[in-house]
Design a protein around this ligand. Structure first.
Ligand code: NAP
Length: 330
């Protein structure tokens, strides 16, 4: 097998730096998919370089208890699970580096990723960049972000501004239910605003949510404005009932938006094929349309989107990358 060599590489700033000239595997993302790919490629002795992006550990670090990851009958804290996954991968030689990919050139081998202004050459890439919280898209929502508008109850729910105050959660999926349940610890009441009259969430979550007295569902309704931009803080939300068109205002100190996710793939637009929503669709196994580029987890999956399916895809991508490298370097 061709061995990576050390050499001088020019950086964008004109300086030169000594680094491994060619990586065998670079994994972009450290959620369940990325860290499982890291574990498997590390155990295959490929010394993967694993780039964290801006959210080390991925979205799971923002959830509270994960109850459906096999092997944890009492549930496991999301942050702890990801920390353990990283340690497990590092134990076998994965190198986790805090860094964000700014550009990706897949037009020739080796591929070149630009990370914090420095080029990294690599024979394979596993894209495991996950997905981010979707926004409602309201101007008032953007103006009041972090001033009462938030996308993560676990991160922000305990803030003094939300204590013993009425709160609002928008959405009808598992995330919205989870956020609403979590927020009952802090808020005086939690209004769950959903655009339909039935939750999308799994049966167990939906039942738990609707049987919690502190959670008050508001059906068939959407938020049309977050109040009050003039006061520079959230004081309420203006709602529209989609059946009657009636408008109303619900007083609240915080709006927690949990309406799903969008794949973090903008960086690869034009470099790799994706569907209209930005999900990278693998062509053969986990390989994208460019040979040597593999994909795993929520950035390529809008169907299952579970921690355990992401981990499974990360495993598959690692095995595919390993076999591809074996053939390439024969
Ligand atoms: P999701 O299942 O896609 O649900 C998104 C919800 O937001 C839906 O109810 C949707 O309404 C609503 N919505 C979407 N766009 C909207 C808009 N512009 N305005 C108002 N409402 C909007 O997303 P998720 O809840 O984040 O869950 C994602 C995946 O993770 C799912 O597979 C879920 O099972 C999983 N998950 C599991 C757990 C758990 O098991 N503990 C926890 C969190 C997430 P409609 O229903 O009308 O489409």
């Amino acid at each position: 097998m061709r061995q990576p060599v050390r050499s001088r590489l020019p950086t964008a700033s004109g300086k030169t730096t000594f680094r491994l000239l060619m990586e065998k595997v670079v994994i972009i993302g450290t959620g369940c998919a990325g860290l499982t790919a890291a574990l498997y490629t590390a155990r295959a002795n490929l010394q993967p370089l694993v780039l964290t992006g801006t959210q080390p550990g991925g979205l799971l670090t923002t959830t509270s208890i994960v109850e459906n990851f096999p092997g944890f009958p009492e549930g496991v804290d999301g942050y702890e699970l990801m920390t353990r996954m990283q340690k497990q991968a590092e134990r076998f030689g994965a190198r986790v580096k805090f860094g964000t990919v700014e550009a990706a050139d897949f037009s020739r081998q080796p591929f070149v990723l630009t990370v914090d202004d420095e080029p990294i050459q690599t024979q394979t890439v596993i894209i495991a960049t996950g997905a981010s919280h979707r926004h409602l898209g309201l101007e008032s929502e953007a103006n009041l972000e972090n001033k009462g508008v938030t996308y993560c109850a676990t991160c922000d729910g305990a803030l003094p501004m939300f204590r013993n105050q009425p709160l609002v959660v928008v959405g009808g999926g598992d995330s919205a239910c989870e956020e609403a349940l979590y927020l009952t610890r802090f808020g005086s009441v939690v209004h769950l605003i959903h655009r339909r009259d039935a939750l999308r969430a799994s049966k167990i979550m939906a039942e738990r949510t609707l049987s919690t007295p502190k959670i008050k569902p508001i059906w068939d309704s959407v938020v049309t404005e977050v109040l009050d931009v003039k006061q520079d803080k959230v004081t309420g939300v203006r709602l529209k009932n989609l059946r009657s068109n009636a408008e109303s205002v619900v007083d609240c100190a915080g709006m927690f938006v949990a309406i799903g996710h969008a794949p973090n793939t903008q960086l690869f637009k034009g470099a790799i094929e994706m569907d209209a929503s930005g999900y990278i669709i693998p062509k053969r196994g986990t390989m994208a349309n460019v040979p040597g580029v593999f994909v795993a987890g929520d950035c390529s999956d809008h169907v299952y989107r579970q921690a355990v399916t992401a981990a499974g895809m990360g495993c598959a991508a690692a095995i595919d990358a390993e076999r591809y490298l074996a053939a390439l370097n024969e």
